[in-house]
Ligand binder design. Structure first.
Ligand code: NAG
Length: 236
């Protein structure tokens, strides 16, 4: 890929093409599709993003994509089938959707721009007494920030996995479908990964975070939607 980019650049130089647009096209073609796993500890200290990478690899897409984010870590020592999986992410243990929306997401997307964002957030907001209205408003703000960063952002929002105190999780999850439909657009589609249905509290390792079985459930719900987005983006 790098070699062909060099050749194209040389050809443009020799033919005296002075405008910047052909070069921009070359740059874009040379770049991998950028996927940001965004969330809290359920994104940071878990293995579902590793298992989703396995799905990308099995589909033969791994060489054309990358995970992006300011973090690059594998705190759970996940061992997916693909040893060299991309460990970049934007998962921040303990963080609230409202704070990420108000103070952080704009900067993160400037630092590591993305084509696709997949996110699960709200668990810590529930633990700290934020209302469903406040959490959904944070989601709306985040979608606005994502689209300001990239008008063609493809967005996967996860239904939140169960918590011990589940009623408020259920309330968020019940609100997500109508919310997502209301903000959906052809240019910047939003799809919902149902990480809640069939996810039992016994699929949590500590009452909050998924066990390996829980990680497999999340990956099985997020992965196919991500593969669809990746294939669309790559024109496959
Ligand atoms: C958003 O629109 C796309 C088609 O562009 C559709 O596949 C998807 O299901 C819609 N999302 C929601 C939440 O309705």
């Amino acid at each position: 890929m790098y070699a062909s980019r060099t050749v194209l650049t040389v050809v443009l130089a020799l033919s005296g093409v002075a405008t910047s647009s052909p070069v921009e096209v070359v740059e874009r073609q040379a770049q991998k599709l950028r996927i940001m796993p965004l969330g809290d500890s359920i994104t940071e200290i878990t293995c579902w993003r590793a298992f989703v990478w396995d799905q990308l690899a099995e589909a033969g897409l791994a060489s054309q994509v990358q995970y992006v984010g300011s973090q690059n870590s594998n705190p759970q020592r996940c061992q997916p089938t693909t040893a060299n999986w991309d460990q970049h992410h934007e998962g921040h243990s303990g963080w609230l959707a409202v704070d990420i929306a108000n103070n952080y997401l704009t900067g993160w997307l400037q630092k590591t721009p993305a084509d696709i964002v997949m996110f699960m957030l709200g668990t810590n907001d529930v633990s700290r007494g934020k209302t469903t209205t406040e959490i959904i408003a944070a989601y709306t703000k985040m979608v606005g920030i994502m689209r300001a960063a990239n008008p063609k952002m493809k967005i996967i929002i996860d239904l939140v996995i169960p918590l011990g105190t589940n009623a408020k999780i259920v309330a968020i999850n019940d609100a997500i479908p109508a919310w997502a439909k209301g903000l959906n657009s052809t240019e910047s589609p939003i799809v919902i990964a149902d990480c809640y249905t069939g996810f039992k509290t016994s699929d949590l390792r500590d009452g909050v975070h998924p066990s390996i079985a829980g990680d497999r459930i999340i990956a099985s719900r997020v992965g196919p939607l991500l593969l669809n987005f990746v294939k669309q983006s790559l024109g496959k």
